[in-house]
Structures are given as structure tokens and as C-alpha cells.
Design a protein around this ligand. Structure first.
Ligand code: PLP
Length: 408
């Protein structure tokens, strides 16, 4: 059996999505910007995809949705264009974000710091959440933008976007959210929150890779960062990825139309896996309260078991997991989110992220429980550090459990 539990890194493209995309490779292949019928033949499909995205996130007719190549592009676009518009060409000099954003936000912020921008990186609390009041306390009259993700990719923690949006609105500051881990996992309604910009990516909700989007409230101006042939009304040039866009439309509809009932089933499987691992493996804990997490995600820490080693043992059993951010897992750095919630360095190397999807089966969960236990037993039996530490009881399900001497 092969078990894919790395759905926060990417997902399988739903076969129904692939089917919807197929005609737009070799049959309807004209450039949508061309005036002849080869070009215009794609227009109904593009319009349908756009409608599907508007419906899925409940955008209003005044809002813009711009197709991009990925969420990394959407995130870069917002940060760099706000920098140009409000800092270089305006009187602001400050951006507020968090320590636990995706690298596409964090690296862009580092770049902007090199250009002289002041960036505040808000910490998460010991429960793994960014508190709205901390956002408020760091906004000044020089703040151009607040960028806080809707849900965290490593822990699944859902951040108080509604409250943060309200604070930004009250202070007159633009608010961007990286919605990649929220769209398709929890209900996302952009009319219920005061977000100015939201990034999303098709391959995180069973769509194809290489296509994403940026939601822009009230079609407000944002300097383009791709200049060229006036595609998307000049907001983002480059020939449209017609098959990708068609696929994203289909995927977002499939992922959101019965989201509540689909996610109840995903959550049941995740909780069963989590309960079993916490019960059968002593000295483990899971980061973050369950009801504050996306229903598919858990970041589990196993004392004495280094994350990389665990990953390779699971891989031998054909189980695909992650030690955290896929982009960061090539270097053996400690899990930054774990460090942020106050884990010590040794513990921060033990995090394993398991992320399910609507395609995960009960048989796969059973298989994972059994082989996860075997891998931990093997690795602990050869671990020099595990024997030395004082055993602490397993974490309470649904709690952010921190053994006492590790809390800060
Ligand atoms: C995957 C991910 C991204 C990047 O998305 P791409 O479309 O692969 O560039 C950005 N933010 C979060 C939270 C992610 O999980």
C-alpha cells in the first residue's frame, strides 16, 4: 500500500479536473487574446472558471480575481507592489507579518528589508496562534500593509482573520492574507472578512500545478509586476494558462461545494489517526487545539525521534509525510513553527506533519498507524538522546501539549 499524507505540500489532481482540462491542450488551443475564432473559442471556458472561483469564495462583482502562475507569485506581487505604491511612491515604510508565514512571504519580506523597509514579524503564542491584539499594537501610521496567513501550512492552525481584518480596516491599513491552506479546507467567504487581497493556489485543492490566483477587493489598484500584453485588463500580463485556469475552476468547485460534509469525513480520519498515535506511542504531542486547526492537518512531535530519520523510515513503508514546509525540508533546520511555539531545539527537530485529503481512506489510516508505531520503536531503540530524557506522558488529544520543562 502507498499512503500519501503530504497534502499540504501538494495534492493529486482530481481525475475529473484532468478530464475538464484535456480539450484545452490540443483542441481549443488558440490564444484567448486573439480575435479569430480559435482564440475566442476558449472564452466560455475561461468565463466559467472565473465564475467558479467567484462562487467558491463568494467574491462580489466589484471584486477582481486575477489568475497567476502560483501563490508564490501572488504573494510576491502583493508585497512588492504595495512596497512600490505605498513606500517608494508614498509616505509609508512598514509592513507587519508573522514569523510563521510561508517562505514566499518571509523571503520577500527579507528582500524588502534589504531595500530599507521595516518589517515586524509577529510571533505565535504557545498555542500556535497569532493574536489579533498583537497585530493592533504594532500598526503605526507608517504601516502600509499587514500580511497574515489564513491557516498555517505546518500546524494547520487557523488564524483570527476576521478580527485582524477588522483592525486593519479601522486603522486604514491594507490587509493581505495567504489563503492557500484555507481555500478548500475551511469555508472561505471574502464578504465576511475585511481582506483586501487573498492568495490561493490550485494544486493545494486537487487542481493542477502552475496556476493560482489573487483576489482583490473592490478591484483596487495594485501596480502590475508582469508588464506586457495587457492580459487580464493589464493587471497581470502573460498568455493565459487556459487548461490550468479551467482546471482550477473545476477543482475549486469540487473542493468547496460540499465542504462541510467532506471535511467532517476528513476530520474523522485525522482525529482517529491522531488519537491512535498519541495513545500507542508514549511521549508524543500534537501542536495546537483540534478545533482551531484545518481538519486535515497534524504536526506531531515524538521525543527522541529526529524528523528527518522518521521521514525516511516512513518512506520505506511507502508513506509520504513531511517535516514541515516542503520548501525548507531539504536543509536540516529545526521546524520554525515548533520553535515559535516554544519547543527547545531538540524537540523542534522531531516534528512530523501528516496532512490528509478527501481521497485518504480508512485502510490508509490503519496502515499508517501500524507502520508509524514500528518506525518510532525502531528509531527510539537506536536513539542516544531518547534514553537520556525523562519520559513525560503523551499529549492530551485536542490540546497543545507542552511538557512542563519545555514551555517558556
Ligand atoms: C504551498 C503554499 C504556498 C505556495 O504555493 P505555490 O502555488 O506552490 O507557489 C504559499 N503559501 C502557503 C501557505 C502554502 O502552503
Amino acid at each position: 500500500m502507498q499512503v500519501y499524507l503530504d497534502n499540504n505540500a501538494t495534492t493529486m489532481t482530481d481525475p475529473k479536473v484532468v478530464e475538464a482540462m484535456m480539450p484545452y491542450f490540443s483542441e481549443v488551443y488558440g490564444n484567448p487574446n486573439s480575435l479569430h475564432k480559435f482564440g475566442t473559442a476558449s472564452h466560455p471556458a475561461l468565463q466559467k472558471a472565473l465564475d467558479q472561483v467567484y462562487t467558491a469564495i463568494n467574491a462580489s462583482d466589484n471584486d477582481d480575481i486575477i489568475f497567476t502562475s502560483c501563490a508564490t507569485e501572488s504573494n510576491n506581487w502583493v508585497l512588492k507592489s504595495v512596497w512600490i505604491d505605498k513606500i517608494v511612491n508614498g509616505d509609508k515604510n512598514h509592513i507587519v507579518t508573522t514569523e510563521v508565514e510561508h517562505p514566499s512571504i518571509l523571503s520577500t519580506c527579507r528582500f524588502l528589508e534589504d531595500q530599507g523597509v521595516k518589517v515586524t514579524y509577529l510571533p505565535v503564542n504557545e498555542k500556535g496562534i497569532v493574536e489579533a491584539h498583537t497585530v493592533k499594537s504594532f500598526i503605526t501610521d507608517k504601516t502600509a500593509l499587514v500580511s497574515v496567513m489564513w491557516a498555517n501550512n505546518e500546524t494547520g492552525m487557523i488564524f483570527p482573520i476576521e478580527e485582524i481584518g477588522a483592525i486593519c480596516k479601522e486603522k486604514g491599513v491594507l490587509f493581505h492574507t495567504d489563503g492557500v491552506q484555507a481555500v478548500g479546507k475551511i469555508p472561505v467567504d471574502v464578504q465576511k472578512v475585511d481582506v483586501d487581497f487573498m492568495s490561493f493556489s490550485a494544486h493545494k485543492f486537487h487542481g493542477p500545478k502552475g496556476v493560482g490566483g489573487l483576489y482583490i477587493k473592490d478591484s483596487q489598484p495594485l501596480t502590475p509586476h508582469f508588464h506586457g500584453g495587457e492580459h487580464m485588463g493589464g493587471r497581470r500580463s502573460g498568455t493565459l494558462n487556459v487548461p490550468g485556469i479551467v482546471g482550477m475552476g473545476e477543482a475549486i468547485e469540487l473542493a468547496t461545494k460540499d465542504i462541510e460534509s467532506t471535511m467532517v469525513k476528513v476530520r474523522e480520519k485525522r482525529d482517529r489517526l491522531e488519537d491512535a498515535l498519541l495513545e500507542i506511542i508514549p511521549d508524543t504531542f500534537v501542536v495546537g487545539s483540534r478545533d482551531k486547526r484545518t481538519p486535515n492537518t497534524m504536526l506531531i512531535s515524538i521525543r527522541g525521534v529526529e524528523g528527518e530519520g522518521m521521514l525516511w523510515d516512513l518512506n520505506r513503508y511507502d508513506i509520504g509525510a513531511s517535516t514541515g514546509s516542503a520548501c525548507a525540508s531539504e536543509d536540516l533546520e529545526a521546524n520554525t513553527v515548533m520553535l515559535a511555539i516554544g519547543a527547545d531545539h531538540e524537540l523542534a527537530h522531531t516534528g512530523i506533519r501528516l496532512s490528509l485529503s478527501r481521497f485518504t481512506t480508512d485502510a490508509e489510516i490503519d496502515y499508517t498507524i501500524e507502520h508509524f508505531r514500528q518506525a518510532v520503536e525502531r528509531l527510539r531503540s537506536i536513539s542516544s538522546s531518547y534514553a537520556k530524557v525523562q519520559p513525560t506522558p503523551g499529549g492530551e488529544a485536542g490540546e497543545c501539549y507542552m511538557p512542563h520543562h519545555m514551555a517558556h
